[in-house]
Design a protein around this ligand. Structure first.
Ligand code: NAI
Length: 485
């Protein structure tokens, strides 16, 4: 993989084509206008440079919106290296623009990025290993993670260094893990205490998504978390916006770009009715699909019912559905035997973080099955009886693989939380234990406030008497922590 590694004008990178930088820069410029929270944060901290001295490892979809996040972290003083957290989610023009920065493709002057659309899994873990390699032996001291892969690599590396045994992948871990462990063994052969040294002075990780947050809470419960973490996902201005309204936009975008099939009138099956499932169901219903939902949680099932959605079991609709979307963050949701029973040309896509929601391994093993590429990230799987299904992005996040992920405005909310969380963990080292924290509510409200002007919203101000009557401060926070929105 080292033949992918380039260094030009002192900037290391491994991207598809630096010649795409101008294309990416135009999109970044337009995105900046749609990301008021992030840009306001950039202005607020431009002078004080709170991230000076931070060496940030970023593992998060390398999109245009992420480019604005990266350049904000750099504008606040940080040194940054970036990798995508999914093999299909990189926008190559955005990656190129970040590397080039204010330079030229011949003389790049930006930030190291190791990501391109359509990596193999080997390349993916090689890239993830590269982000930890700051030049001149400097050690990373912060992580921005999405799904937890950078954090997991570091934890597994430390475990390996302590025991000398390559830690085993859990039985239910995604396929990636075997390859991660091989990468680890190769990397550690060079320097047997590398990850331990990084972990020892790591100030913390800020985690973007539900799947990664689940991993962090598990590590903390087992007393294995090596540094403090901020759960960005559960800021209200993240999960109740990005997961829901972001998916409402990017799911439909992915379906359209992948298949251009008419969604209206189709029977769409949404597996999981959490934040992402709610957005997915909204998107499909908005296009005129008949939407049914599967759930294990009675509260979410009842919510779906109250929205007029039928709550079903997959077995009951597997032969009738036209579009199947998994949003559970769980595994083994749509199995090969389900797919074998689906209608001809039924579409199967996943927007949960990992690819094991759909049994791709089982599908590939169906005797006599044939896989035909319609175009990148759209595959027709033809069963021996001649009927076929369409699988998007090989079972990985199709809103990023088949489209370009969530739009800038909603990502501005998520990423403003990320920047605030990075500043908090980096500058307040003694304030945090090896636990998982959430940002305080006044910061969550601040993020929302930064986005109101852009949507023409005018807030009402509480009178002093009203504030006293409901027991809050005039300036907020306006709700107790247990309030659920
Ligand atoms: P959530 O926890 O709010 O929702 C998941 C829902 O799935 C829960 O209500 C749960 O009860 C249900 N569920 C679990 N097992 C099930 C099963 N066997 N059958 C039916 N339902 C089941 O989580 P959230 O925030 O909606 O995230 C879901 C996944 O999407 C996570 O992996 C997250 O990381 C990912 N995500 C993806 C994004 C994207 O851009 N594609 C954006 C944000 C999150």
């Amino acid at each position: 993989m080292s033949d992918k590694l380039r260094k030009s004008n002192g900037v290391e990178f491994a991207v598809a084509d630096l010649g795409l930088a101008a294309l990416g820069r135009d999109q970044i410029r337009l995105a900046e206008h749609e990301m008021p929270g992030l840009m306001a944060t950039r202005r607020e901290y431009a002078e004080s440079q709170p991230l000076k001295g931070a060496r940030i490892v970023g593992s998060l979809h390398m999109t245009v919106q992420t480019a604005v996040l990266i350049e904000t972290l750099v504008a606040l003083g940080a040194q940054v290296r970036w990798v995508s957290c999914n093999i299909f989610s990189t926008q190559d023009e955005a990656a190129a623009a970040v590397v080039v920065g204010e330079g030229t493709p011949e003389q790049p002057a930006g930030t190291p990025v190791f990501a391109w659309k359509g990596e193999t899994l080997e390349e993916y873990w090689w890239c993830t290993d590269q982000v930890f390699r700051f030049p001149d032996g400097q050690l990373a001291n912060m992580i921005v993670d999405d799904g937890g892969d950078a954090t997991v690599l570091l934890h597994k590396g430390v475990e390996f260094e302590a025991t000398g045994v390559v830690p085993s992948a859990g039985e239910n871990d995604p396929e990636e893990y075997g390859i991660l462990l091989r990468t680890l063994a190769a990397s550690l052969a060079e320097d047997p205490k590398r990850f331990t040294r990084i972990a020892e002075q790591m100030r913390g990780v800020t985690e973007e998504t539900t799947a990664g947050v689940n991993r962090l809470y598990r590590l903390a419960a087992e007393d294995k978390l090596l540094f403090p973490a901020i759960n960005v996902n559960d800021s209200v201005t993240k999960s109740k916006f990005d997961n829901k309204y972001g998916i409402r936009h990017s799911l439909a975008d992915g379906l359209n770009r992948a298949t251009d099939v008419m969604i209206g009138g189709k029977l769409a099956v949404v597996c999981g009715y959490g934040d992402v499932g709610k957005g997915a169901a909204d998107a499909l219903r908005g296009q005129g699909a008949r939407v049914v939902v599967t759930e294990v949680d009675p509260i979410c099932a009842l919510q779906a019912a109250m929205e007029g959605l039928e709550v079903v079991r997959l077995e009951d609709v597997v032969e009738k559905g036209d579009i199947f979307i998994t949003t559970t963050g769980n595994f083994n949701i749509i199995m090969a035997e389900h797919m074998a029973r689906m209608k001809h040309n039924a579409i199967v896509g996943n927007v949960g973080h990992f690819d094991n929601e759909i049994d791709m391994a089982g599908l590939a093993k169906v005797p006599g099955i044939r896989k035909r590429e319609i175009k990148p990230q759209v595959h027709e799987w033809v069963f021996p009886d001649g009927h076929a299904i369409l699988v998007l992005s090989e079972g990985r996040l199709m809103n990023l693989g088949n489209a370009t992920g969530h739009p800038s405005f909603v990502m501005s909310n998520s990423f403003t939380n990320q920047v605030i969380a990075q500043i908090e963990l980096f500058t307040n080292v003694r304030g945090y234990e090896r636990q998982v924290y959430r940002l305080p509510k006044h910061l969550d409200e601040k993020v929302a406030r930064l986005h109101l002007d852009a949507v023409g919203a005018r807030l009402t101000t509480l009178t002093k008497e009203q504030a006293e009557y409901i027991g809050v401060d005039v300036a907020g926070p306006f709700k107790p922590d247990h309030y659920r929105y």
